[in-house]
Design a protein around this ligand. Sequence first.
Ligand code: COA
Length: 459
Amino acid sequence: MHLAQAESLRPRYEAPLHLRKKELNAMPKETLSLVDNRTQTCYELPFFKDTLRAMDLRQIKTDPQDFGLMTYDPAFMNTASCQSAITFIDGDQGILRYRGYPIEQLAEKCTFLEVAYLILFGELPTAAQLAGWKNEITLHTMLHETTKKFLEGFLYGAHPMGMFISTVAALSTVYPEARKVNDAELRALQIRRLIGKVPTISAYTYRHSLGYPYVYPDNDLSYTENFMNMLWKMAEPKYRPNPVLARALDILFILHADHEQNCSTNVMRAVGSSLADPFVCVAAAAAALSGPLHGGANEEVLKMLDEIGSKDKVPAYVERVKAGQVRLMGFGHRVYKNYDPRAKIIKWAADQVFEVTGRNPKLEIALELERIALQDDYFIKRKLYPNVDFYSGIIYQALGFKPEMFTVLFAIPRTVGWLAQWEEMLLDPEQKIARPRQIYTGYELRDWLPIEKRAAPAA
Ligand SMILES: CC(C)(COP(=O)(O)OP(=O)(O)OC[C@H]1O[C@@H](n2cnc3c(N)ncnc32)[C@H](O)[C@@H]1OP(=O)(O)O)[C@@H](O)C(=O)NCCC(=O)NCCS
């Protein structure tokens, strides 16, 4: 609470029930006037960057003993939890920018590591900075052999996302110094370690599920090419990635690198706010990502397309969606209410991939779903458009991934965004341990009963 604001929150005058226009005109323009009808008091709340500070409301009380007013906002529908200079989204206009640069330009002109540098440090790197950055990440691509053994302990059928989450968390035991989150140099080291190691962990989860031997990183290759090497190298002495597919994967990584305060980023910040180490924070964020309403959606899209089976069955499926029996996975977004700019770029990348791999037959079903949905009142009224997950799964499948790997492919680039947001949160003097309030709806005080006197609650 800023003192100046506290001052301005003191009740200014006893207001009539309805403010008259004349009195409203007398109010300073940069404040919001709020009348508490319980006490007939008018408060003047200062705007803060087009928001109200929720803590200012605490001054609004019925009497000195009253706790003060809170806000109630389940699922954070209308609450800014932080100030951030990383990613800008305008959901109505379909705009996404990292550090001010439009996603379309970054996807077209940059490599993933260049964008990672931008997201983390705020500026695009010079050639020398980029070379240094690549080298730093490359130094950290190997896993400790005990981590490899840890991965070997999973069942072959284990979900790759479960393996990813657990293994990233386990890194916390390999690098105990990571707990010193107030040490900037150590933070920088863990950031490089995490970005270097998440592709290695992901590739190992994939090879493990197939029973293939692990492939060690090849540091001659780019970030994405090396990931492909660790996934798909077999007996050949040197893996040579297809440049079109490597570029498509790089673009997909750029599109997924950050997305401001989404569910998993909010988890990253919340867990990080307790000063937990970054490995367990990323594991927690990845756990949030794994849910079907978040990063797990791309896997669900593929399952849905399989279930639909063919183009002619699309209208019947859309009817089921409208009847509320199923959700159209890969459609809808909390923020984008016009279109998701990432979906447009992904559609373009899909065409490049299909030139090499041949067209994924599921694309026909997806295009038909999109065509029908975009003309239908149900979807128009609710502003439901294809999101990033609608087409990404189709590309991933064309590249040779099983649907269970899709969310892991999302987690690799998002690790960059999580870490940038974590660092920003730690350096923000206004941030503290994240701790929301609640509206208690349970019993008032009641006395303990001995067990023989307790009645079973009605079923
Ligand atoms: C992303 C998502 C979770 C956003 O949810 P939200 O902002 O909380 O929106 P709501 O769930 O309140 O949905 C608003 C309305 O649209 C409907 N709706 C939202 N997404 C829908 C979908 N994919 N299919 C069908 N109806 C959908 C809801 O049923 C609701 O309708 P109602 O007003 O008649 O009750 C939601 O759109 C969704 O579940 N999409 C599918 C999963 C997905 O693709 N996730 C990846 C996001 S990148």
